[in-house]
Design a protein around this ligand. Structure first.
Ligand SMILES: [Zn+2]
Length: 333
C-alpha cells in the first residue's frame, strides 16, 4: 500500500513538473528567449498579404486569429475557463451590425499562489483592411508588432513554467480585435470580463512597438511610456526599477503629459482598463510616415528595437505577477 502510494505520488509529481520557488528564477534568462529573429519570423507571416489587412470581422482577420490561437496552443497555454477554444466571441450585434462577428483571442497562465489576481497583457491584432484601389494595409507596426510580441512573451512565461517557475499571479493574454473601429475589442472585454475587473491588478498594452520615430533616429533603445503614474505610484516605480535593473532603456514620457495634444492616453485599448481604475502602461514607439498607410510593412520593422521593448514588457509583467504585494491604486482617474 505504502509503495503504491509512493509511486502514485512520484508519477503525479513528474506529470506536473517540479514546482520551484519563482523568486529563485532569473527572469532575464526567460526574457532572452524573446529574439529579433523569432519576432521577425512571426511578423513576416502575420503582416503578409495573405491576412488582407486584418480588417475586423473579415476573412483576413479570421486567418490572423487562427494563427494566434494555434501559436498559443503550441506553447501549451490554456483557454481560460468559460471560453471555448481561445476565442472570446463578439457578436455583430455588439457593433449594431456595422461589423461582422469577430473575436478577442485569449490565452491563460494560472498563477501558483494568488491565482485569483490577474495581470492582463494586451495588444490589438486588427488593422484597416484593403482600400478601394486594392491596396492592402498590412499593419506590421500597427496591429502586428504588439500581437507577435505577445506570442514571444507567452513563450517566455511558458518556458519558465516548464522549468517549474509558475508565476504567483495569473496572466491573461488578450489579442484584441476592433481597435481601429474605436477600441471595441477592449470595450467588449471590460464590459464582459472573463475574470472580475476588481481582481485585475494591471494592464500592460502594446500598440506600435516595432519602429523608430524621427526624434529617436539611430536609437533603438527607447520606448514611450504612457499612463504608468496615472493610477498607481507602485506601478510607475516597478516599471522604472525593472528598467534600471535589466534593460536601461530610455523611457520617454513626452506623451504622458496630460496636456499633450496627441492625447495618446485615450487612443488605445489600455484606456478601457484605466476607465475601470485598473493601472495601465501603454508602450508605444511614436508615429512615423507609414502610420495607417499600405507601406506599414514587415521589412520596415526594427527587430532589435521590437525585441528590447518586448523584453521590457515581459520583465515588468514578471515583477507585477510575482511581487509580494498587489499594486496599490492610490490615485483617481
Ligand atoms: Zn491604427
Amino acid at each position: 500500500m505504502k509503495k503504491v502510494l509512493l509511486i502514485a505520488l512520484t508519477a503525479g509529481f513528474v506529470g506536473c513538473g517540479a514546482q520551484k520557488n519563482v523568486e529563485n528564477a532569473n527572469p532575464m534568462e526567460y526574457a532572452n528567449t524573446i529574439t529579433p529573429d523569432e519576432l521577425k519570423d512571426h511578423l513576416y507571416i502575420f503582416a503578409s498579404d495573405d491576412f488582407e489587412g486584418k480588417d475586423t470581422g473579415e476573412p483576413g482577420q479570421k486567418k490572423a486569429a487562427e494563427y494566434l490561437r494555434k501559436e498559443f496552443k503550441n506553447l501549451g497555454l490554456t483557454s481560460p475557463e468559460g471560453v471555448a477554444n481561445y476565442y472570446q466571441e463578439i457578436p455583430s450585434e455588439f457593433f449594431d451590425g456595422k461589423f461582422k462577428d469577430t473575436e478577442n483571442v485569449v490565452a491563460f497562465i494560472e498563477g501558483g499562489e494568488k491565482a485569483e489576481e490577474i495581470l492582463v497583457i494586451t495588444s490589438h491584432y486588427d488593422h484597416v483592411g484593403i482600400d478601394n484601389e486594392g491596396n492592402i494595409y498590412n499593419g506590421a507596426d500597427d496591429g502586428g508588432s504588439g500581437p507577435v510580441a505577445i506570442l514571444e512573451m507567452a513563450e517566455a512565461f511558458a518556458e519558465a513554467k516548464k522549468d517549474g517557475y509558475t508565476p504567483k499571479r495569473s496572466i491573461l493574454f488578450i489579442e484584441l480585435t476592433g481597435e481601429e473601429k474605436g477600441l471595441l475589442g477592449s470595450k467588449y472585454y471590460t464590459e464582459n470580463p472573463i475574470f472580475p475587473l476588481e481582481n485585475t491588478v494591471a494592464n500592460l498594452n502594446m500598440d506600435m512597438i516595432g519602429r523608430i520615430d524621427e526624434k529617436h533616429t539611430g536609437n533603438d533603445n527607447y520606448v514611450y511610456l504612457i499612463g504608468s503614474d496615472r493610477l498607481s505610484t507602485d506601478l510607475h516605480e516597478v516599471s522604472e526599477q525593472v528598467n534600471n535593473e535589466f534593460m536601461n532603456m530610455d523611457l520617454d514620457y513626452t506623451y504622458n503629459d496630460e496636456n499633450d495634444p496627441n492625447r495618446f492616453y485615450y487612443r488605445s485599448d489600455h484606456y478601457n482598463f484605466a476607465k475601470n481604475n485598473i493601472p495601465v502602461i501603454f508602450y508605444f514607439n511614436g508615429v512615423h510616415k507609414d502610420y495607417h498607410q499600405p507601406t506599414d510593412t514587415a521589412e520596415k520593422i526594427e527587430y532589435e528595437a521590437l525585441a528590447k521593448r518586448a523584453k521590457l514588457v515581459f520583465l515588468t509583467a514578471w515583477e507585477i505577477a510575482n511581487r509580494d504585494e498587489r499594486l496599490v491604486v492610490d490615485k483617481a482617474e
